[in-house]
Design a protein around this ligand. Sequence first.
Ligand code: DUC
Ligand code: ZN
Ligand code: ZN
Length: 479
Amino acid sequence: MADVERADRDPVRLERDGGVAVAILHDPPLNLFRTRTFERLREVRDEVAESDARAFVYRAEGEIFTGGVDVHTHMQLPFGGTEASDTFETGTIAAAWGGVTTIVDFAVQRTGENVIESLGAWHEKAAGNCAIDYGFHQIIGGVDDESLKAMTYLVEHEGVTSFKMFMAYPGVFYSDDGQILRAMQNASESGALMMMHAENGIAIDVLIGQALARGETDPKYHAFTRPEETESEATHRAIKLARVAGNVPLYIVHMSASEALEEVSRAQHMGLNVFAETCPQYLYLSIEDHLAQPGFEGSKWVCSTPIRSKHEHHHKDLWKGLRMNELAVVSTDHCPFCFKDQKELGLGDFSKIPNGMGGVEHRMELIYQGVVMGEMTLERWVETCCTTPARMFGLEKKGVLEPGADADVLVWDPDGTTKIGVNDKHHMNFDHSSYEGFEVQGKVDTVVSRGRVVVENDTYVGSKGHGKFVKRTLSRYLH
Ligand code: DUC
Ligand code: ZN
Ligand code: ZN
């Protein structure tokens, strides 16, 4: 490398190598750096802007971070008698608006379906449509010899190194303990990571039946029939099964409840390979303020695991879990449905409301608000929203600002504000906002995906198909 230059006041140096400019952070890399005075870097902005995938693009104002990584989205997922309303095109554009430069979505195999074909179907949905890069996890809905073999194949050949199973949704995605154990044993062999939707779906179905028989049909009963014990029991069971399966790495998705978090924390203290994520909805939203709104309004916030009571310490405990690294990742479980015609499928019967809400656009903003509120540090924001998700899921060139990494950059304006709502900031494809009326400090300024500017000056300037499928390696979080 020739020509090493140093920016005057900032912990960054610029190296040029064959016309490619690469910013390198101080050692150890922080994956973020503050800059108000990037005069020197501003000079090279035009030079590097369109040049090379590994080149960074700079602006003079704002703070520069590695782009957001959301490892839990469901674009156009067929679910609940309908289909999630964001396509790979609309959803990845919205993600870009939110400072996200990589998503990992879920390909779905149901009982009787071929795993490799189902992954192919998800490739078809996404290819050529995405604004930012994407990877896939594979949902295993049916465990048999063929699907187990396919799991190994996906790890070895397809860059799909994590598998999600469901202890909930009997008759839809549900797997019993024996099936889960077999899949976990397979993952233990191949080195893959197991992701678990941890809710006791059999018990929940009993509670749902009893509630409906009592005439309890409003959206709020969705949460009352999924009490925290059904989440913590399943979390506990998943942890034990993972241990039986040779301590396979286990990642509990969308954690919402204090008791479930205790299970994870206990396992971690025992030295088990157990990890967990939470989502913004579990940190901010509640039964009282959202799900129990009058009439059918609350259906907008029906998702599983459910949002919980604001009086039971869940919010507080989850923020603490994020600080303590008991919760390693914040994702969104982005799975939006319109109120009209989609959520309305559950009018008169909460159990028929499609489960899911949208948030891929707002995760960076909402979790930055945690920094503003003193719930976490700026470094932790980057760790939980960018760096750890990338490492956890083997996205080798994502979540870091370092030579050789993809130039996925978020320029953040800490002095700006973001007003969230259908008539404010809202680029997702559904007819309401899960965070309507939220006003948070901080604002996405510029977003760069592999060296290409995709959002700047409050305008989306990316292109359909720029986003490419990323093959993932095994999780790098443990090794
Ligand atoms: N939970 C949701 O709310 N939506 C999609 C699937 C899930 O597990
Ligand atoms: Zn789930
Ligand atoms: Zn999900």
